[in-house]
Write a protein that binds this ligand. Structure first.
Ligand SMILES: [Zn+2]
Length: 1025
């Protein structure tokens, strides 16, 4: 994977894992207490303890060590969390754009001395109960993290990871497969044209089809033009074919050495066994070297610079004439100064976050652009940090104006400073972030310290956030102009700044394709007949190697018997408040209260459904009650951990044609702020502001831009959603809410000169949604605060009672189900049933300006509680690992692909795929493979492990009980599903493949997003969009 800081951080938030509260209550000595007993100077398994520090805010003890023989650095964070994490990172500082660190990241995972089978990394996904396994290439380091809750699994994975990074095979064939190669288009036909293939080659072509990504890359390369940041560490597609296998091996020898490594472990497992294993299996075999990988400081410019780049036009851009991006980027100080880093990132939030910030007021509100530029704010991922500010979606004529405003705004900030309440709100936000328990805490820590530590900053200092916050408060107290002076120093007087604009160029893609073609032709022109013959033979060899069944017995593995037979029960209580059903779940939430409400849409006229996502995205941002939108944003920051509304489509767990539709309200707050949080919700229910057309336009443009930008990155999700559209009623609604249909709807809305129709529509939606008659609520809090929360919730329901109104559902078939399936007389939820729904097959092609495709095929299957569902889950996983991965990624050269179940559908997909119809054939062949039964018990067991590692992935205290609240899936139902998963056997798998997936049996939707395609154009069975 190639890492882009912003998107990875966003992704981290979606991962969900479990904080292990149960263990620490039972243990007499906690992991963090035990770790406090280490002494500086103590020698353990070849390491010396350097420092032991308690970090009470984060509930951990940090132990810093150095490896005596090699100088490798080590940090252990002892914390009572069973989701243990390991990561090793190397400083990788390429000096060209061949993508050498990225291709190396891929190839070391293709087999090692002790584990010589092909692709042990992917194989381990199925032999482990890992909660996370991945590898990232950043601009200046490469990181290999994994996490698991099982101690034996930790040892297994550690062994595989250590061997992979320190003793990889780096076979020439691995380099061809993962990096680049010349090969016949059809490897079995020596007369078919030669072309470039390779996983990273295609991955990077896909990455640079994303204009935001492209802009970010240019900006970094040009702001730091003198060393490693001036090149593309992930690989410039046209430069990738300059890399040789020899260069790859050389880069490994100099960079993947313990003297250039930083190890990080986290969790409740003891430190010593980790050290012992790392010493014995890896470090003891090395001597110290001087890796010479330091990044020098960027020489400062004496005057600012300007530059310009081009990109491909975006057909989904809200306004085709406004597709320019312009931003100013400033080089700041060294990131190893932890306090300065925190100060600058807080300063950055004050300058750009939310409608009260100066840059939001000066840049976003005048609507000179659709949104901030993709790169915005403080970025500490390079040795010296940067700050960027600018806009995307700008008219060419307005570019100068944007530049002027940026400089005027900086002057204004220096003059006026920031309101005290905004600084308070920001520090409050930090407090909530620290208290909020996430389940991937180890991984977040690893990412948080990675950059600074990479340049020899002190990771422990970075963890002591409260110390830095106190220092920040002190600095403000001593000098009220503290922040203004920083702005003067880093922005006003900084001559190392770059203004970079990017504009669309009609022939951009054509030019790119031509450049690739020329480069290819040059390579081909010098080939002799024997070279061609060799290429053909090597292609066949690779194909043969990829098709070979492998002996993976060298790899360690957990057994199905290592999986917990039962799940722990999460107790919830269901009662009512003011007639509204409420679910209470007591959890160690660390002083936070989490509130959710689901409001169903059953009475909403159907022509308004397409407006619901827009309603959700603006309803907490337009002002309410006595507060205008700025004051509302201020209150939300000061009093809550955020308030949001999102659409929900929930397929029933028993019936495929039954579903629940609604919007989900979510918010959290510190216990002391309960009354304030509910007051805000009351105001939103009772008197939301919808009239401010200017404000609405800003929000509409931002949403439309965000949707248009997301497709290049998440095209597979759009393809999958669309493929399911005509298969179930829920699938149809999903497409309306979050598919291509919604993208085009928002594009149309953003282009409207007059938004008064929308302004008239929003209150109509509100009447149907914010009706206590259609609502149920959930509270997660500590046991001590439940009754307090209940009282405030009751008050809220009373406050909004006047919105209560009995209305007729628009669909005739409403089914009521008890919220607690074991209590038939308790409160109920209302689902829509469409017994006459007819699924219909359809093939749709969306032509997009990408050089790669996203392919999906979705098949109507069975709901969660059906007896065959478990078999289909195991089958999807097994097909992915044992068949589709080889066909779509290894042979096909796509970045990824596989099959999954969910929403009653069995869905195939590929990601950043050079192929289209070939991939559809691969899906079909996968089904044939399953029907033929050519898989072993070992394959089935591996698929089970993999499915269970997802089923058992930890759940944060904030999210406990949510499955039952939203879908009515109780722990008992989960346990039955679990038993069915354990019981799946060979016969079941062949049987479900035949009954559900066979050509004659299935109803399926097929969707491809991709560049112009002649084969599909000529085939009348396709609908072309
Ligand atoms: Zn990659």
């Amino acid at each position: 994977m190639f890492r882009q800081t912003k998107s990875v951080l966003q992704k981290l938030q979606y991962l969900s894992f479990n904080g292990q509260q149960h263990t620490w209550r039972l243990k007499s000595t906690s992991a963090r207490e035990r770790a406090l007993q280490y002494q500086p100077g103590q020698k353990i398994h070849g390491f010396t303890v350097k420092e032991v520090v308690a970090v009470p805010d984060l509930f951990l003890t940090a132990v810093k060590l150095t490896h005596n023989k090699t100088g490798a650095q080590y940090l252990h964070a002892a914390r009572d969390d069973s989701n243990n994490l390991f990561s090793v990172q190397f400083r990788t500082t390429p000096m060209d754009s061949t993508g050498v660190p990225h291709i190396l990241e891929h190839t070391v995972l293709c087999g090692s001395e002790k584990y010589p089978c092909r692709d042990p990394f992917f194989k381990m996904l199925n032999r482990s109960l890992s909660t996370f396994m991945n590898a990232f290439t950043a601009s200046d380091y490469t990181m290999y993290p994994f996490s698991t809750q099982n101690g034996k699994d930790f040892q297994n994975l550690l062994s595989v990871y250590l061997d992979a990074v320190f003793f990889p095979c780096l076979r020439e064939q691995d380099f061809w497969q993962e990096g680049w190669r010349l090969e016949n288009e059809d490897p079995t036909d020596p007369n078919s044209p030669l072309m470039y293939k390779g996983v990273v080659f295609n991955e990077m072509k896909g990455a640079f089809s994303d204009n935001e990504r492209l802009y970010a890359q240019h900006l970094q390369n040009k702001l730091y033009p003198d060393h490693t940041y001036s090149v593309v560490s992930g690989g410039e597609p046209l430069a990738i074919p300059d890399l040789t296998w020899e260069q790859l091996k050389q880069f490994h020898a100099t960079h993947y050495h313990p003297s250039n490594a930083r190890f990080f472990t986290y969790g409740d497992l003891p430190l010593e066994p980790h050290l012992k294993q790392i010493q014995e299996e890896a470090l003891s075999k090395f001597d110290r070297i001087d890796p010479k990988t330091e990044v020098p400081s960027q020489p400062r410019w004496t005057s600012p610079k300007e530059d310009h780049v081009t990109c491909s036009p975006d057909p989904l851009a809200p306004d085709p004439n406004k597709q320019n991006t312009v931003c100013v980027s400033y080089l700041l100080g060294d990131i190893t100064d932890a306090f300065e880093g925190l100060t600058l990132s807080l300063l950055s939030s004050l300058m750009i976050s939310g409608p009260n910030s100066p840059f939001y007021k000066s840049l976003i509100e005048p609507k000179l652009g659709t949104d901030f530029s993709s790169v915005v704010g403080y970025d500490g991922s390079t040795k010296e940090a940067s700050f960027s500010i600018g806009l995307q979606g700008v008219d060419e004529e307005d570019i100068e104006r944007v530049k002027q405003i940026i400089s005027q705004t900086i002057d204004k900030i220096i003059e006026n400073g920031f309101e005290e309440r905004r600084i308070e709100a920001l520090i409050h936000k930090l407090e909530i972030q620290i208290k909020h328990q996430t389940t991937n805490f180890g991984l977040s820590l690893a990412s948080y310290i990675a950059s600074s530590w990479n340049h020899d900053g002190d990771p422990v200092e970075l963890l002591r956030i409260s110390d830095s916050v106190a220092k920040f408060r002190q600095a403000l107290k001593e000098n009220p102009r503290f922040l203004q002076e920083k702005v003067r120093q880093y922005f006003k007087e900084n001559t190392h700044r770059l203004t970079l604009s990017m504009s669309p160029e009609e022939s951009y893609l054509e030019k790119q394709a031509k450049a690739e073609e020329e480069k290819l032709q040059k390579k081909i022109d010098v080939l002799s007949d024997s070279d061609r013959k060799q290429i053909y033979e090597e292609g066949l060899e690779l194909l043969a190697a990829q098709s070979q069944t492998q002996d993976v017995s060298c790899l360690p593995a957990l057994k199905v018997s290592d999986i917990e037979p039962t799940i722990p029960i999460t107790p919830v209580q269901i009662s009512t408040a003011g007639g509204v059903p409420v679910q209470y779940c007591e959890q160690p939430t660390n002083g936070l209260v989490y509130f959710r409400a689901l409001c169903n849409l059953n009475t909403l006229p159907e022509d308004l459904r397409v407006f619901v996502p827009l309603f959700c995205s603006v309803i907490t941002k337009m002002g309410c009650g006595a507060l205008d939108y700025r004051q509302q944003a201020q209150q939300m920051e000061l009093r809550t951990g955020g308030m949001s509304v999102s659409t929900q489509v929930i397929t029933d767990c028993n019936e495929l044609d039954t579903y629940e539709q609604g919007v989900l309200l979510s918010s959290s707050c510190l216990e002391r702020n309960l009354p304030h949080m509910f007051q805000l919700w009351s105001d939103i229910f009772n008197s939301p502001h919808f009239d401010d057309e200017e404000r609405l336009r800003v929000l509409v443009m931002q949403s439309a831009q965000e949707l248009a930008n997301g497709i290049a990155y998440s095209g597979h999700l759009y393809a999958m959603t669309r493929a399911g559209r005509h298969l179930t009623p829920a699938g149809d609604l999903q497409e309306t809410f979050g598919g291509m249909e919604q993208v085009t709807f928002m594009k149309r809305t953003a282009a409207m000169a007059d938004l008064s129709q929308i302004i008239r529509t929003l209150p109509r939606i509100k009447i149907h949604l914010f009706n206590p008659d259609n609502m149920r609520c959930a509270i997660n809090s500590t046991p001590e605060k439940v009754s307090d929360a209940a009282a405030h919730l009751e008050g809220f329901i009373k406050d909004v009672a006047k919105n209560r109104k009995e209305r007729k559902p628009v669909r005739p078939n409403i089914i009521e189900k008890p919220i607690n399936p074991l209590d038939d007389n308790g409160p109920r939820r209302k689902l829509i049933s469409e017994p006459t729904f007819h699924p219909c097959p359809m093939k749709t092609f969306f032509q997009m300006p990408f050089p790669v495709n996203f392919v999906s095929e979705s098949i109507r299957a069975v709901p969660f509680s059906h007896k065959d569902y478990a078999s289909l889950c195991i089958l999807a996983r097994m097909m992915t690992a044992k068949f589709l991965h080889g066909e779509i990624r290894e042979k096909g050269g796509a970045y990824g692909g596989g099959a999954k179940t969910g929403g009653g559908l069995f869905t195939f997909y590929s990601y950043r795929d050079p192929n289209t119809v070939q991939t559809l054939s691969a899906f079909g062949n996968g089904i044939e493979w399953a029907k033929s039964g050519k898989f072993t018990q070992q394959d089935i067991d591996e698929a089970k492990l993999s499915v269970f590692s997802a089923v058992d992935s930890p759940v944060a205290p904030a999210d406990k009980g949510m499955g039952q609240f939203l879908s009515g899936v109780t722990d008992e139902m989960k346990q039955s599903h679990r038993q069915r998963l354990f019981a799946v056997d060979h016969k079941n798998l062949v049987d479900v493949a035949e009954r559900y997936l066979s050509a004659g049996q299935k109803t399926c939707g097929v969707v491809i997003l991709g560049p112009e395609n002649d084969v599909i154009k000529k085939d009348p069975s396709w609908i072309i969009k």
